[in-house]
Write a new protein. Structure first.
Ligand code: 6PG
Length: 636
């Protein structure tokens, strides 16, 4: 149900709150209430006796009013006349939903107000108390301010026009699919919002204007940058929802002339973290707060609540924290899946690693499906049942969930999945995370294999030709197939744990390199809802890292137990699958990673010997001190 605004007319006693409040309520066709009517009897007596109320007296009164305001939001809205002299009273009154309160301050100096009061009869408030009211009054820049030394008719006209012209709290730039969904999300939380989309003849005409017509909330549309920026409250918060790359630099260049020091730009696209580092540095020198905001959850997440990974200016984050945390998904304890990640490019980097993990998780599920569908003779509805049963055993994930939906989708009597061309596209974030791992010197094989597998899938024509040259011979018995199927669940889960260990390890290494001080538990927590890689496993990882982010995931005792239970099944499935001719690149990469990771002896002694042989690169010895290097003349 759509919540309604409550207009609070505030100011000292005698400023005309009741008169103006009643008139405004009539104009807006909503009920009027006078806060004085909600005072406990003890307060009324105290004021009638000529004493001022103190904070203790006001406490129960504000409490009653706050409850009433909540009811009015859910009903028709209301106009409330209330002194609300201190900022903390106003904060209490708007505590249910700050965005739904419209503050109207009635402003007049002591002389004018005292004259008005002296002229009043039948009112329990005594004019001598006015001094104390003026002393208590704390002005604020929130809402609108109306001078009382004019006719009530004029005051109403001015209130209406100022309310209409009120600036927006948030500006959203770019109304593509994600921008539109995010706009709906922001507006549904009653933030006042201006949206901008460029006008391109015959291509993008009146996009913003037409889009806001679809919305039930009041959103202001713009296709001119200057007026869009001018429509925003200062310091301004502008969220860019545009394609990553040079467009971001161009848009920043276009809006910069209209910004003031202290304003905040948020880049909500999948930008490369190094671009974000560069942009943040440049803009900070001009006094602009820049935040690279990783947003995950696709179109639906943006609409219903995504996982949000903001990194950059901390001052900027503080400015928009309540906005970002309000629109984010909520975790199982109802905390926002949004947390300040760290300085400069850290938010976008964390999103890139999220996408790396996402690539490998998608490929893992795809390999499970491929093995069952094309080698173990299972139909999509049978695979659906198998995946669905895994979901009930603490292995649920968003990706598994959507896969089960995909498997049941039919066109007539045919399964749609069978009709989809097996060439995978990519926009690049999986590759970026792999490049980062190479730069960091950190193993990242599951993700890199997922990226490479997408590349290989694109060579469709060549693959088709090769398949005729290398036909498969499959002699797997019915019994073997049953055993493989029994082991798939644990094989999948074990590989998924390894993939997550690899992803979090890259976060840790990069954090050290850039001094970001990433909090792995908090990152896992904000990935428990709203994002593409949300899963039961992510919940478990959040808890494990909560106690210590220092221990590598695969060394936690609880994970060791899981790995010991699953690793033989993983190796069996990989070996059997490969034997049958089924490529399992990410399952294999996970297996190889783990077998090497858990091996005291790897093959690297031979690599070192070879390097020394042909390049005199030298090697260390197990029987000598660490750090001491040796060279051998291998031919003699
Ligand atoms: C998300 C997704 C999102 C997008 C990917 C797709 O977290 O919401 O990751 O960012 O869907 O960029 O990436 P590819 O096109 O590279 O698969």
């Amino acid at each position: 149900m759509k919540l309604k605004h409550v207009y609070i007319i505030f100011g000292v006693s005698g400023s005309g709150k009741t008169t103006i409040g009643r008139l405004l309520a009539k104009e807006l066709n909503i009920p009027f209430y006078d806060a004085d009517d909600f005072h406990p009897q003890s307060n009324i007596k105290k004021m009638s006796d000529g004493f001022s109320l103190d904070d203790n007296d006001r406490e129960p009164w504000l409490h009653i009013l706050t409850d009433q305001i909540k009811n009015w939001h859910h009903d028709k809205g209301a106009v409330l006349a209330c002194s609300a002299l201190k900022i903390k009273y106003r904060e209490k009154l708007e505590s249910f939903h700050p965005n739904l309160i419209r503050w109207v301050f009635l402003e007049g100096d002591y002389e004018i107000i005292s004259e008005r009061l002296k002229a009043r009869k039948d009112h329990f408030f005594r004019s001598e108390l006015l001094h104390s009211q003026f002393e208590t009054l704390e002005k604020s820049t929130r809402g609108i301010s109306i001078l009382v030394n004019q006719s009530t008719a004029n005051m109403i006209i001015e209130i209406k026009s100022k309310l209409n012209a009120q600036k927006s709290q948030i500006g959203l730039f770019g109304l593509g699919v994600m921008g539109k969904s995010l706009t709906k999300n922001i507006a549904s939380h009653h933030f006042s919002l201006s949206v901008y989309n460029r006008n391109v003849e015959a291509k993008e005409v009146d996009v913003a204007k037409n889009f806001v017509k679809e919305l039930s909330e009041d959103v202001k549309p713009f296709d001119d940058i200057e007026t869009f920026v001018a429509s925003l409250e200062q310091p301004r918060i502008i969220m860019l929802m545009i394609s990553a790359g040079p467009t971001v630099d161009q848009v920043i260049k276009n809006i910069l002339p209209f910004l003031d020091s202290g304003d905040c730009i948020l880049d909500g696209g999948n930008s490369h973290y190094k671009d974000t580092i560069r942009r943040e540095l440049k803009l900070s020198k001009q006094g602009i707060n820049f935040i690279g905001v990783g947003i995950s959850g696709g179109e639906e997440g943006a609409l219903k609540g995504p996982s949000i990974m903001p990194g950059g200016s901390k001052k900027g984050y503080d400015l928009c924290a309540s906005f970002l945390e309000t629109i984010a998904a909520k975790d199982k304890t109802d905390r926002a899946c949004c947390s300040y990640i760290g300085l400069n490019g850290s938010g976008h980097f964390v999103k890139t690693v999220h996408n790396g993990i996402e690539y490998a998780e998608m490929q893992l599920i795809a390999e499970m499906y491929h093995l069952m569908r094309n080698f173990l003779g299972k139909k999509p509805d049978e695979i659906y049942k198998i995946f669905t049963s895994w979901r009930t055993r603490n292995k649920d994930s968003f990706l598994l969930e959507i896969t089960t939906d995909i498997l049941l989708k039919k066109e007539g009597t045919d399964y749609l999945i069978d009709k989809i061309l097996d060439k995978a596209d990519q926009k690049g974030t999986g590759g970026w995370s792999s490049i980062s791992a190479l730069e960091m010197g950190t193993p990242f094989s599951t993700v890199s294999e997922a990226v490479m597998t997408r590349f290989l899938s694109a060579k469709k024509t060549e693959r088709v030709k090769a398949s005729t040259l290398y036909p498969l011979e499959n002699s797997t018995s019915h019994e073997d197939i049953e055993i493989i199927i029994q082991h798939l669940e644990e094989a999948y889960y074990t590989a998924s744990i390894i993939n997550h260990a690899i992803g979090f390890d890259l976060l840790k290494q990069t954090s050290l390199e850039y001094d970001w001080n990433l909090n792995l538990s908090e990152i896992a927590r904000i990935w428990t809802n709203g994002c593409i890689i949300r899963s039961d496993l992510m919940e478990k990882i959040t808890t494990l890292f909560f106690n210590t982010g220092e221990t590598p995931l695969l060394l936690f005792p609880e994970v060791v137990t899981l790995m010991r239970a699953g690793i033989n099944k993983l190796t069996f499935v990989v070996a059997s699958g490969l034997q049958m001719g089924c490529a399992l690149p990410v399952l294999s990469a996970a297996t190889n990673y783990f077998l090497n990771y858990s091996a005291e002896q790897m093959s690297a002694n031979m690599i070192q010997a070879q390097r020394d042989y042909f390049g005199a690169h030298r090697y260390q010895r197990v029987d000598k001190k660490s750090g001491e290097y040796f060279h051998t003349d291998w031919k003699n």
